[in-house]
Write a protein that binds this ligand. Structure first.
Ligand code: BES
Ligand code: MN
Ligand code: ZN
Length: 491
């Protein structure tokens, strides 16, 4: 779908979308259109329950007086904020695809204080919603394919809107990249092939390095390597660097859990629903999409994205419950449950990031625990942090983008729960507070660096459609972290 911006005029074909204010007052464009159609808009409103409330729509098909296929009236309520503007874009896109429309024109002359930004946000929402994972469909009929080919937003300040949209478009491309990775089947997306996908970012000016098992062994990453040792697929670490600021500026770092398939290992998961564990690389997917977004909009920041890629499988060489592994930090870990593998991957990934880059802060993302879904459902990611400023900034970015986080506690009392009888720690706590003991485990691999951990197990995948996010891989976290960077770490 092509999204464009042009001057305010009534187009001679395609669908027209125009706004109606709370109480049913027509916007200027809607008034013009009402005249051209001999009052069709007002009559339709009078004949319906449509009152111009936020989120309401009313469709008038093939009105006399104009050549357009349809007019879609959309409620502006008392004005739309940025997230509602994005939702409007998503709703227009979903509607037009449902009815088989090819070209849609939005006439935008009211409903927000900054119309240029509103237009850009509508375009952003439409693009986010228009995503579809189509790679493996071979026989879908044309009538089932999305129809909308162009969305043209008409407004006075089209040039400003176009410019503002360019950055959002880059962010959406990052979200698409994440969704593609998260949705990919695990026979095709495994550590080596994931690393190759990440390598594509070189074209945008991202420096991409790939560490193989031999290099990781030399670095002493026994914790990460232990997870991958039961798989026929080799493990990888990918280091992505975007340098958009002065060389003297310390980087910020994002670290992702990339378990391309999590069977649980020898602590095997039950069969039902195991296919979902293809998206256990969601954290790595988000970090990779974020790097694409930041490079795509040429963010003025130095950013490291590091992902730990492994497949957790139970073959004859697999790690056993009871094994003790030595992490790169030198700390030893008793592996009580091979299904608590994400933290083992992140332990070495975090330590390496901290030692090599000495970042201003680290944020890790991981589909780490089922317990976080019990706590927060699919509405917030769990946020765990040793730093109040970073936490506040993440919360603010979450509220601004609608990708929300909720802070959870860390405490010595939880830390004690992962002490081991024979090693420095064990990889699970008890039955309770599973997300917190997982976070406490990660904290043992962070020194003084400000750090935040986002448990995105409830967020990386969605089984139902939302306003701007189709079901499937959501791309959660790309918008959130892009915003964190934009609002706090550029310029
Ligand atoms: N990848 C899972 C967590 C998960 C569960 C993500 C459901 C998405 C949806 C993780 O590796 C895991 O298996 N965690 C265990 C930890 C337990 C063994 C302490 C869990 O949550 O059950
Ligand atoms: Mn697991
Ligand atoms: Zn896992």
């Amino acid at each position: 779908m092509k999204i464009s911006f042009s001057a305010l005029n009534i187009p001679s074909s395609g669908a027209i979308v125009t706004g109606v204010k709370e109480g049913g007052a027509l916007t200027a464009s809607a008034k013009d259109l009402d005249k051209l159609t001999a009052g069709a808009l007002k009559r339709a409103i009078a004949a319906s329950r449509f009152t111009g409330g936020k989120g309401q729509t009313l469709e008038i098909l093939a009105p006399a007086g104009v050549k357009n296929s349809r007019v879609l009236l959309v409620g502006l309520g008392k004005g739309l904020d940025e997230l509602a503007q994005q939702s409007l874009g998503g709703a227009i896109c979903a509607h037009m695809n449902k009815v088989g429309e090819k070209a849609a024109h939005l006439l935008l002359d009211a409903g927000a204080t900054d119309l240029a930004n509103a237009a850009a946000q509508v375009g952003f929402g439409a693009k986010l919603k228009n995503y579809r994972y189509d790679l493996y469909r071979t026989k879908e009929g044309k009538e089932k394919k999305p129809s909308l080919a162009t969305l043209n937003i008409h407004l006075k300040s089209a040039a400003t809107a176009r410019k503002q949209f360019a950055d959002l478009d880059a962010v959406a491309d990052g979200v698409y990249f994440t969704r593609d990775l998260v949705s990919a089947p695990p026979n095709d997306l495994y550590p080596v092939s994931f690393a190759e996908k990440a390598k594509e970012l070189t074209a945008l000016g991202v420096k991409v390095e790939i560490l193989n098992e031999k290099q990781m062994a030399k670095l002493g990453m026994g914790s990460l390597l232990g997870v991958g040792q039961g798989s026929a697929r080799e493990s990888r670490i990918v280091v992505m660097q975007w340098n958009g600021a002065a060389r003297s500026k310390k980087p910020i770092a994002f670290v992702g859990k990339g378990v391309t398939f999590d069977t649980g290992g020898i602590s095997l998961k039950p069969g039902a629903g195991m296919e979902e564990m293809k998206w256990d690389m969601g954290g790595a997917g988000t970090v990779t999409g974020l790097m694409k977004a930041l490079a795509g909009r040429k963010a003025k920041a130095n950013v490291v994205g590091l992902i730990g890629l492994v497949e957790n499988m139970p073959d004859g060489n697999a790690q056993r419950p009871g094994d003790v592994v030595k992490s790169m930090s030198g700390q030893t870990i008793e592996v009580i449950n091979t299904d608590a593998e994400g933290r083992l991957v992140l332990a070495d990934a975090l330590w390496y990031t901290q030692e090599r880059f000495k970042p201003q802060f680290m944020v890790d993302l991981a589909t780490l625990t089922g317990a976080i879904i019990v706590s927060l459902g699919n509405e917030h990611a769990g946020l765990f942090s040793n730093d109040d400023v970073l936490s506040e900034r993440l919360s603010a970015a979450g509220n601004a983008t609608g990708e929300k986080v909720w802070r959870m506690p860390l405490d010595d009392a939880y830390d004690k729960m992962i002490n081991s009888d024979i090693a420095d720690m064990k990889n699970i706590g008890g039955r309770w507070a599973g997300s917190i003991t997982a976070a406490q485990f990660l904290l043992r691999f962070v020194n003084k660096t400000p750090w935040a951990h986002l448990d995105i197990a409830g967020m990386a995948w969605s089984s139902k459609d939302a306003d701007t996010v189709p079901k499937g891989g959501t791309g959660y976290g790309v918008r959130l972290l892009d915003r964190l960077v934009r609002d706090n770490y550029e310029g």
